[in-house]
Design a protein around this ligand. Structure first.
Ligand code: ADP
Length: 593
């Protein structure tokens, strides 16, 4: 058997669809992730800006507060403890300035004035008053007044602030510049719990003249003391950013100066916000400098993990996964559609192939029938001749028995001859070589002749002849007789339990109409359409016992059609059949088609 060659078309289409949808997914993911990144960066930047401005503004507020307090001394150089305390109390530090530990006044005392100063303070304010630490120094920067934010009694009165270098250098700078100065990092102990705390101090200079002298020398000569305020940095920052939502999305480290090391570290937000995220690598960083009151602070901002939770970063992941799934779905769908189409194409090609094979087989069969019937015809004709010669000789001799056998043999040869004639007709119809001898003849005669001949071969049936046709018809007398013989022999064959057959003749203006009716097994609707087909036989259980090849009706139809007539059938299964054919009266041109 020949191989079927299949050309599968465009197998790459599902893959192209996959690549296109995947590319779209990647582009969308890229676009969304870019947009999200930009949005997050902006969010981070805003949070940084917000925090930075807040810290700076709050420091400015405290500096302004100290400047205001220093103003008290400009109006009244010899401010008493009571005046100072009541002024500070009016500010209500607890409520309005919770970042500060308190506000104090440092008085500068030279060694010469030391004893007088101590005596004055002891007599006016505090009998226990001394300068700490003890000892003789050229100058003392003594804490004279201090009002704590929490209104508790101060424990630092009398402390000489000049002895620690960080404080000293800040005070000297304040004195020399005439402005408020923030000290460097101060590590101290809380007054109550004695815990180590980190902070700084803001000093604002107070000059004897009230005004800030215009020259450095005058500023040094006229310095009277400082209004100052110590700060615990974590308390200050909790007050600034502690409860605000946006900065909680940030971590920040504040360094004194620009060197980012532990010594300079003033504050790390992680000590305030206890969400430690040790393994977390922040996505955003920013470093800002605050230059204020003679000091530079560096703040390093990073984002907290919480910041990412609020990001729409996941959207791009979702889009990617969703897009990937959709791409796969499209791929699977298009591929299964493609496979289905390919299968259909394979099936169609196979069908086409089998049809061709079938056609070939039919052609082989037709060729075989044609050749076989031609080959059989000649020997059969000789057989017939010899059988007739023998019949005559044995009849002459009076050998009746042998003559009788020879008659039977002759009838069988006739049947065989008819069969071969039919097969040859089939070949002629196929090759369009069925020839006709057209003449004008009397239809009544043909019908009568065939009916009588057929009646002779059946004892069981009585063939009734009805009606007549007055006009002569044009056509092949033999062939029309052949049609009638075929219909009558079928009528006999397929009505074994009936005994009547009716042949009738009628005419219209145009046609002679002949019908052959039997009362036999009939034909079901389903088969009626096909019985005129070549080699078609009804093969229901009862019918297979009837001999035949299924070619008689096919030849009959070909003959009638070539005469320009019609052959048709009315039948009901179990009640018999009525075959009807018409021949036009007009002489028609019969060609071979
Ligand atoms: P066959 O030689 O088989 O009779 P035909 O071409 O003459 O071939 O008829 C085709 C088929 O039509 C028959 O096999 C038979 O089944 C059905 N047929 C033909 N004539 C009759 C009839 N008068 N009654 C019932 N069936 C018929």
């Amino acid at each position: 058997m020949a191989r079927i060659k299949l050309r599968i078309q465009r197998p790459w289409i599902p893959y192209i669809i996959f690549i296109v949808t995947l590319t779209l997914t990647l582009l969308t993911t890229y676009y969304v992730s870019n947009a999200t990144y930009t949005e997050d960066r902006l969010r981070f930047f805003n949070a940084v800006q917000d925090t930075n401005i807040n810290i700076e503004t709050r420091l400015q507020t405290y500096i302004a507060l100290l400047r205001g307090t220093a103003g008290l001394f400009a109006a009244e150089p010899a401010v008493t403890q009571q005046q100072f305390t009541s002024f500070i109390n009016r500010l209500n530090l607890q409520k309005n300035y919770p970042g500060t530990q308190g506000i104090g006044f440092i008085q500068i005392v030279t060694n010469n004035d030391k004893n007088t100063f101590i005596q004055t303070v002891q007599s006016q304010e505090n009998e226990q008053f001394t300068i700490n630490p003890q000892g003789n120094r050229p100058v003392y920067y003594v804490v004279r007044y201090f009002v704590r934010r929490d209104q508790q009694a101060p424990s630092n009165i009398g402390t000489d602030m000049f002895v620690t270098s960080i404080r000293r250098s800040a005070m000297e700078k304040a004195r020399d510049t005439g402005t408020s100065v923030i000290s460097g990092k101060v590590v101290g102990l809380t007054q109550d719990t004695h815990k180590k705390v980190i902070g700084f101090i803001i000093f604002t200079p107070v000059y004897r003249s009230g005004e800030v002298p215009s020259t450095l020398a005058a500023r040094r000569a006229n310095i009277q003391g400082f209004v100052y305020s110590p700060f615990q940095i974590n308390v200050l920052l909790t007050g600034i950013v502690g409860n605000r939502r946006i900065p909680q999305l940030l971590n920040y480290q504040i360094y004194d100066g620009t060197q980012l090391n532990n010594t300079n570290l003033l504050h790390s937000s992680r000590t305030i916000i206890k969400e430690e995220a040790t393994n977390y690598l922040p996505r955003f960083h920013d470093t800002r400098h605050i230059v204020i009151a003679g000091r530079t602070w560096t703040i390093v901002f990073t984002n907290q993990p919480q910041f990412e939770v609020e990001s729409e970063n996941n959207l791009s992941t979702l889009i990617f996964i969703g897009g990937l799934l959709i791409s796969l779905m499209f791929f699977t769908l298009s591929r299964s559609q493609y496979l289905a189409r390919t299968n259909a194409e394979i099936a169609a090609t196979r069908l086409q192939f089998s049809q061709k094979e079938l056609q070939k087989a039919v052609t082989h069969r037709d060729n075989f029938i044609s050749i076989a019937s031609h080959e059989l015809k000649t020997p059969l004709t000789s057989l017939k001749v010899y059988a007739e010669v023998l019949l005559r000789q044995f009849s002459k001799k009076g050998d009746e028995k042998t003559a009788d056998y020879l008659k039977k043999m002759n009838r069988q040869i006739d049947k065989l001859n008819l069969l071969i004639q039919d097969l040859l007709d089939i070949s002629r119809i196929q090759t369009k070589q069925l020839s006709f001898r057209i003449e004008k003849f009397d239809m009544n005669e043909v019908v009568k002749e065939v009916t009588e001949n057929t009646q002779q071969i059946t004892n069981h049936h009585r063939i009734a002849l009805r009606g007549s046709i007055k006009r002569s018809v044009w056509g092949d007398r033999e062939r029309i007789g052949q049609v009638l013989v075929n219909l009558l022999t079928n009528a006999i064959k397929y009505s074994p339990h009936a005994n009547k057959i009716i042949v009738s003749m009628k005419e219209t203006n145009e046609h002679a109409i002949i019908t052959v009716q039997d009362f036999g097994i009939g034909i079901s609707k389903e088969h009626q359409k096909k019985i005129f087909d070549r080699f078609y036989r009804v093969t229901d259980t009862n019918e297979h016992t009837y001999p035949g090849l299924g070619i008689g009706l096919f030849i009959s139809q070909a003959i009638i059609k070539r005469h320009g007539g019609e052959i048709s059938l009315t039948s009901k299964q179990g009640s018999g059949s009525l075959f009807r054919f018409t021949i036009p009266f007009n002489k028609i041109q019969i060609d071979k088609s």
